[in-house]
Design a protein around this ligand. Structure first.
Ligand SMILES: Cc1cc2nc3c(=O)[nH]c(=O)nc-3n(C[C@H](O)[C@H](O)[C@H](O)COP(=O)(O)OP(=O)(O)OC[C@H]3O[C@@H](n4cnc5c(N)ncnc54)[C@H](O)[C@@H]3O)c2cc1C
Length: 323
């Protein structure tokens, strides 16, 4: 769970894959096996739709039941065995229009490649809390690495319920005096060992099954009203900061900054080879607004995108199967 901030970024990869779910990991197996230097960027270990799924028993070849995270680990190990590199880093911006594509992560790193596969899934939030926009940058944050140091020896709240939120909580705990971890669900969707690490951190108080009512303050955040979903009791947490790491069901495409053609503002348009409107940029999996959201379909999309990357980079006239 240690965050790496000094990753070597001068290299130009053949392909950067954004997302390490079934789409991204399957694409990485194929690109790495084809001898293409492959970097996979992802937000957190047990992240994305499959990462938070407790039980899978319909993935071909894996009788199960198996946790989504365990299945992901198998896929990632497979890709790593062929040489793919997996690096944790939330992508916040991209520069895709040139021949060399640039991908920027929230902690300030820049990665370069000749092709990009977008496989970032569809788990973005759609709704905002009362007070969230008003206090954005005035105590409300979406990035522990960027902002935790501003809350040295101060109490903060973290709102989230998965591995991504827990990893951020651990980082923020290096600075904050106290963390209220506000979990809207009745359980935290993360591997047991990660939950245990946070549970045993003396700075962290977990408020399970609590919903956020409002973020309050004057010029800066001064508190967070939460409500216990079972008892309906409301209470004010006196905090100087509120970090929000929640998911929803919108495609994760903000980092594309409208460089590729989309419908409805967030559904990427691809052809039958998973190619977007920008040469060298491909997309796969749930991020495509697929009607059928299934791991095996996302994986197959990823494979198609990988074969199309091979065609693009090696200037082939048609896609060739890998045997
Ligand atoms: C509760 C639940 C149960 C399910 N059960 C089943 C089932 O039984 N069988 C089945 O086949 N399917 C199931 N699914 C559906 C399946 O999980 C998805 O269709 C599949 O995971 C989609 O794969 P994906 O790779 O496109 O996206 P995801 O699995 O969502 O992966 C997205 C990846 O992108 C990364 N990412 C996102 N944003 C960024 C960013 N800005 N920067 C860097 N990385 C980013 C994430 O970290 C993650 O690695 C279930 C889904 C859910 C939610």
């Amino acid at each position: 769970m240690e965050l790496t901030l000094d990753f070597h970024t001068d290299k130009v990869y053949d392909v950067i894959i954004i997302g390490a779910g079934p789409a991204g990991s399957s694409a990485a197996i194929y690109t790495a096996r084809a001898g293409l230097s492959t970097l996979v960027l992802f937000r957190a270990e047990a992240d994305g739709a499959l990462g938070v799924t407790q039980k899978i028993e319909n993935y071909p070849g894996i009788r199960g039941p198996i946790s989504g995270y365990e299945l992901l680990r198998l896929m990632r190990e497979h890709a790593k065995a062929f040489g793919a590199e997996f690096v944790r880093g939330k992508v916040i911006a991209t520069d895709l229009l040139g021949e060399i594509k640039k991908v920027y992560t929230i902690d300030g790193r820049e990665f370069k490649s000749r092709a990009v596969i977008i496989a970032s899934g569809a788990m973005e939030r759609t709704n905002k809390y009362k007070g969230e926009e008003e206090f954005l940058g005035k105590g409300v944050s979406y990035c522990g690495v960027c902002d935790a140091a501003f809350f040295k020896d101060k109490p903060v709240a973290v709102v989230g319920e998965d591995d991504y939120a827990l990893e951020e909580t651990e980082f923020i705990a290096r600075f904050a005096s106290k963390i209220y971890l506000v979990v809207p669900s009745s359980r935290i969707k993360a591997p047991h060992e990660v939950i245990a690490e946070v549970q045993f951190n003396p700075k962290v108080e977990i408020l399970l099954h609590h919903r956020v009512v409002e973020i309050v303050g004057s010029s800066l955040v001064e508190g967070l009203w939460v409500q216990d979903i079972n008892t309906k009791e409301k209470k004010l947490l006196k905090v100087d900061g509120v970090f929000i790491f929640l998911g929803g069901n919108k495609p994760s495409v903000d980092f594309l900054m409208n460089q590729v053609e989309m419908t409805d503002g967030h559904c990427i348009v691809v052809n039958e080879e998973m190619s977007t409107s920008v040469p060298g940029v491909f997309a796969a999996g749930d991020v495509l607004c697929n009607n059928i959201k299934q791991a095996v379909i996302a994986a197959a999309d990823g494979v198609k995108a990988a074969l199309a990357v091979d065609k693009y980079l090696n200037k082939k006239t048609k896609i060739t199967a890998q045997w």
